[in-house]
Design a protein around this ligand. Structure first.
Ligand code: AMP
Length: 280
């Protein structure tokens, strides 16, 4: 695997590969890699000649400075994992390389960036859109792989690519979970032993909601689910929303003509966890 830190160096290297007729698949990450990330790299490896992974902890998508400081950074281990899975290129720029000047770009994705994560983390998705656009500009991939773990992010990237006519195919990838159902996340390492034991309740409740389809209304199911999780002293539900997979608007009934996804953010001790489950 070749490790590159500069934008011009990365562009030149990939330009050469493109000229040689290679297809490029791209997996953007913030590092602290786990099996969930690696599943995206594997998928990209199957579908492209060259796989590029980026590791960049993007400061402008953190609305909370402490969260940015506490974000785990494990570059040496990440490199080992990427080498094992035969990733071809790691692009790992510094902040100055990505943002030599302040960024003022403002995106508007309608409802998509106003609800759930967008509502609770002001500026978060603008920061995500800025960095992903910039990364696409550096890598120019044919295909880019995004986890459904961050469902709202995936929808926003799809909307951005459509809005700006960026010639890249966005490939959604399923959420990898621990055996007990907890969605894999770089943040899980920050859970204490007792918090880690409680954490699978989030997925259990998401599955519980699936069993409420047609029994109670979506709004009642949201309230039921939040109550289940808030029963634990250590947990505080930030939102539990049952929304259309299309525009992320709350659904009024189960038989609206749309896909339906349940999305939640839960503070467990000092760790903020998000998860979701496609219901319909
Ligand atoms: P992050 O490093 O958290 O920004 O994540 C990088 C990419 O990996 C994003 O597209 C995430 O949605 C995806 N991802 C994170 N966790 C998982 C998981 N448990 N399963 C599948 N993909 C994931």
């Amino acid at each position: 695997m070749i490790i590159l830190k500069s934008i011009p160096g990365t562009k030149a290297h990939l330009q050469q590969l493109r000229q040689d007729g290679k297809t490029i698949g791209f997996v953007p990450t913030m590092g602290a890699l786990h099996k969930g990330h690696i599943s995206l790299i594997r998928r990209a490896n199957l579908e492209n000649d060259i796989v590029v992974c980026s590791i960049f902890v993007n400061p402008i998508q953190f609305n909370n400075k402490k969260d940015l400081e506490k974000y785990p950074r494990t570059l040496d281990d990440d490199i080992k994992m990427l080498e094992e899975v035969e990733c071809d290129v790691l692009f790992a720029p510094d902040v100055d390389e990505m943002y030599p000047e302040p960024v003022f770009d403002k995106y508007d994705f309608g409802n998509l960036d106003k609800v759930m994560e967008g509502k609770h983390r002001p500026g978060h998705f603008n920061g995500v859109a800025v960095v992903v656009r910039k990364l696409f500009d550096v890598v120019e991939p044919q295909k880019a792989y995004f986890g459904m773990k961050d469902f709202q992010q995936l929808r926003i990237i799809q909307a951005m690519v459509e809005k700006l006519n960026i010639p890249v195919n966005i490939i959604p990838c399923p959420t990898l979970r621990e055996k007990d159902g907890l969605a894999m996340s770089s943040r899980n390492v920050r859970l204490t032993k007792s918090e880690r034991k409680l954490a699978p309740a989030i997925y259990q409740v998401l599955r519980g909601v699936k069993e409420k389809i047609g029994v109670i209304t979506p709004v009642e199911a949201e309230i039921w689910a939040a109550n289940q999780l808030n029963k634990y002293d250590e947990m505080e539900v930030e939102y539990f929303s049952i929304v259309s997979t299309d525009d992320l608007l709350q659904v009024e009934s189960w038989d609206e003509n749309t896909g339906v996804v349940a999305c939640t953010a839960v503070n467990l001790g000092s760790v903020r966890l998000i998860d979701n489950l496609i219901l319909i």
